[in-house]
Design a protein around this ligand. Structure first.
Ligand code: FAD
Length: 592
């Protein structure tokens, strides 16, 4: 984490931004160490038991697994929820970049637990940006501290990816609205971690236009407070049932009923009919947080597989280390195929982390850099890469957790090993906060075609520079990465030109292969960051700065990524263009 923060995500630049001066090197180290201790000592031990016990709805009350409420209290008491939030509202004002590294630890230790603080953070950031002064005064300090929790309520039985079908109604009444309808799949929709839960609900006002433009956003507290924050009466909202899920079983996923007794009191946030734009600003932050779930799970699964591979003794390699053990069986980590699996896991986890942290750093720069041009360029990068972080990193989380099972052999199929839970938990991240298919649509349509590929071109220019730097590094091991990276960049560049050319007249042809394009961009961007990591490792080795074995590991990861993952780019380009060609002009539904 420290290596990525320093070498790839420009921590030095981020902490010189106005407002981030407190993030000194010592403070960053202390926060990381303390978070690691909390994640390891408090959250990780609850991960397996929480999965086995799950959340339950008992007599109308949702109970989280044993230990969760205590852990949440410790989490709040230690000030973790407020790390990156504005000091004006009781936050600590630390960079988003540092909060991202810390967030990775929470999710790796216990993804189901972290969903509650993650959603609360998204609601707090959102309210700070868009709430009225009156709403902020009551709700914001309590959300920032974590005393109260937050949720996002979009989905309904007939409205998932397509939010224009939302039917929940908001009827004006005095100083508030009466909210009536049903929401499903609401993460931490009800629970016993905090005494109050603040729901952000998308609903439709009577006079609004039909479709997506008629949606507005409402703040609906579980318990209505007075202006001093004292909890008064239960609002007309309740959890009807909890879902039985594949993974993240400790987190309650609720069906919520609003207005069974005439209407839950809701308060408009922003203007009427602006709900979808506002919700997107909250969803973009949440999408980066979900991408980070992929990173956290991937790393945890890798660590588990690595330990197992060193402990499990089986077979003898035909050559090399371990072959001279005189017929004695060796740990499976000696076998080339197991080494391949571990390297696939390690290099992908590292690339995903590098991408997620780089986008977090760009978020800080886009928000705080004094130079308007720097702010604009970084915002363009964040916009472009948000769907890539969400989809590519979560796909990696799933793939790496899956490979982790394979490393364990039969034991990987047995729950007791812990390996299956990572795969079960990781699986949802490709589905919620906009499925990965929706992310691919967003990338090709809104992020690339709409600006004629300009943001990608700017990114490609930075990648080519890194490749030239590597080529000129005078170090054979990293020079070998440059041609692989170059051909990956060429595939991304020509695919982007094709996309921009074809999208206006033949959008379906492009959309049919959008997932391939997103993966192509993920791999090339990841390859670029891994190449920079290798360059930094070589430089630091020459300067005698850092543990040589660790730095050697960075070079190895980058070479492995270049030799295997980057080798996929030619095929991905063919797949991107080919998916549309194969389906063009056909009503595929007739032939399935
Ligand atoms: C455990 C869990 C927790 C959740 N937490 C929350 C929460 O806290 N708050 C909340 O509001 N929601 C939550 N959700 C809901 C989640 O965000 C939705 O399930 C998700 O957005 C997909 O919607 P859907 O299930 O209706 O699938 P659908 O929209 O029916 O999609 C089904 C398939 O069709 C594809 N598809 C749909 N439309 C298109 C299109 N236009 N182009 C291409 N492909 C398309 C999708 O990619 C997918 O593969 C949660 C869901 C789960 C399972």
């Amino acid at each position: 984490m420290r290596f990525v923060l320093r070498e790839l995500a420009a921590l030095e630049t981020v902490r010189s931004l106005p407002g981030c001066e407190e993030a000194t090197s010592d403070l960053v180290d202390a926060v990381l160490e303390e978070a690691a201790r909390f994640a390891g000592d408090v959250l990780a031990p609850l991960n397996g038991p929480g999965d086995r016990q799950g959340s339950r709805l008992e007599n109308g009350v949702v109970r989280t697994p044993d230990g969760f409420a205590d852990a949440y209290r410790l989490f709040v008491d230690a000030g973790w929820p407020s790390l990156s939030l504005p000091p004006r509202w009781g936050g600590q004002g630390l960079p988003c970049l540092l909060a991202t590294a810390v967030g990775e630890m929470w999710t790796a230790a216990n993804m189901a637990f972290n969903l509650c603080p993650m959603l609360t953070l998204a609601v707090a950031e959102f309210l700070a940006a868009h709430g009225s002064d009156a709403l902020k005064a009551i709700y914001l300090p309590r959300l920032v501290s974590g005393a109260w929790a937050g949720t996002m309520n979009l989905t309904e039985p007939d409205a998932g990816s397509d939010l224009s079908r939302i039917r929940t109604r908001a009827i004006p009444a005095d100083d508030h609205y009466r909210i009536i309808g049903q929401k499903i799949y609401i993460t931490y929709g009800d629970h016993d971690l905090a005494p109050n839960i603040i729901h952000m609900v998308l609903a439709r006002t009577p006079d609004g236009p039909p479709g997506i433009r008629g949606l507005s956003l409402f703040l609906v507290p579980k318990i209505l407070p007075d202006t001093a924050g004292n909890l008064l009466v239960h609002n007309d909202v309740r959890c009807v049932s909890l879902e039985h899920k594949l993974g993240i079983r400790a987190s309650p996923t609720a069906v919520m009923a609003y207005g069974d007794s005439g209407g839950a009191k809701g308060f408009l946030v922003g203007e009427e009919n602006r709900g979808i734009d506002l919700m997107f600003s909250m969803m973009n932050a949440a999408r980066l947080a979900v991408g980070l779930e992929g990173v956290g799970i991937a790393d945890r699964a890798f660590q588990r597989a690595r330990s197992y591979a060193e402990a499990r003794v089986q077979g003898r390699p035909v050559a090399g280390p371990g072959a001279d053990a005189g017929g004695t069986a060796v740990p499976i980590a000696f076998h080339p195929d197991v080494q391949r699996m571990l390297m696939v896991m390690k290099s992908q986890s590292e690339a995903a982390r590098a991408l997620a942290y780089s986008v977090a750093a760009a978020t800080d720069l886009a928000r705080l850099d004094p130079n308007p041009e720097t702010r604009r360029d970084n915002q363009a990068l964040v916009d472009l890469l948000t769907p890539v972080v969400k989809a590519w990193c979560t796909d990696i989380g799933i793939a790496v957790a899956d490979t982790g099972i394979q490393v364990h052999g039969g034991m990987g199929y047995i729950e007791e090993s812990g390996a299956p839970q990572h795969l079960r938990d990781a699986r949802i991240a490709a589905i919620y906060e906009g499925t990965n298919g929706i992310q691919a649509n967003d990338l090709v349509g809104r992020k690339v075609a709409r600006d004629g590929g300009r943001a990608v071109a700017a990114l490609i220019e930075r990648m080519r520079q890194a490749s030239r730097d590597l080529d000129g590094a005078g170090e054979a091991r990293v020079q070998a990465i440059a041609p692989r990276l170059e051909s990956g960049i060429d595939d991304l560049s020509s695919s982007t030109l094709w996309l921009v050319d074809h999208f206006p007249a033949e959008p379906n042809r492009v959309l049919a292969g959008a997932a391939h394009y997103l993966r192509l961009m993920g791999i090339v961007t990841g390859g670029w960051l891994m190449a920079r990591a290798a360059g930094a490792a070589v430089r630091r080795m020459a300067e005698g700065d850092g543990d040589p074995a660790f730095l050697e590991g960075k070079i190895l990861s980058a070479r492995f990524f270049a030799g295997t993952l980057l080798a996929e780019t030619a095929a991905l380009k063919t797949q991107f263009l080919g998916a549309g060609d194969a389906l063009a002009g056909l009503d595929t539904r007739q032939h399935l």
